[in-house]
Write a protein that binds this ligand. Structure first.
Ligand code: ADP
Length: 151
């Protein structure tokens, strides 16, 4: 292969990839659970952040490990505080959709300096969480790119 051909092939692969080809399963918690239980869930699920939904399953917020650390070094009672009191809330949540290009999702992660994006589906009531894209997702895609082109 000439360098030019290889470059074109790699760029074709990168632009054809959609969020839905690489998204993983989201970890979702209810907004009324305590900060203490959210911390337990974070360890149990082995994730860096979790998406928060209301009783009807609509996205209302995000809690990251640093959000949980920040609230824990204060002297609040973590068992009494619900996560919705300290989460980052809608409409300030950056989201993506399953048919978005993976590149655009990667760009959002960098631009907003966040580790994860909920993949959402629009409904009449709001946004439903159907997946997640994290920096690990992008790393996996990076390796798949090398694999697909025998690098
Ligand atoms: P950490 O805080 O553990 O470093 P992040 O970098 O993902 O993890 O989160 C930084 C801040 O941005 C946190 O306050 C978090 O609530 C918020 N955040 C995380 N993901 C999103 C998102 N998709 N949209 C908006 N805010 C987010």
């Amino acid at each position: 292969y000439s360098g030019k051909k290889t470059g074109q092939a790699i760029s074709d692969t990168m632009t054809k990839w959609k969020v839905k080809d690489f998204q993983s399963v989201p970890v979702v918690i209810q907004e009324h659970i305590s900060v203490y239980d959210a911390i337990c869930q974070l360890f149990l699920e082995d994730v860096g952040s979790m998406f928060v939904v209301n009783k009807t399953g609509i996205l209302t917020g995000v809690v990251s490990r640093k959000d949980l650390l920040r609230i824990s070094i204060g002297n609040q009672d973590l068992n009494k505080m619900p996560v919705h009191m300290m989460m980052t809330r809608m409409p300030n949540i950056t989201v993506c959709h399953k048919d978005d290009s993976l590149l655009s999702a990667a760009q959002l992660l960098m631009d907003r300096q966040i580790d994860s994006l909920p993949v959402v589906k629009r409904t009449d009531d709001g946004l439903e969480v159907v997946g997640r894209v994290t920096k690990t997702t992008i790393t996996r895609a990076f390796l798949a790119l090398a694999d697909e082109h025998d690098i």
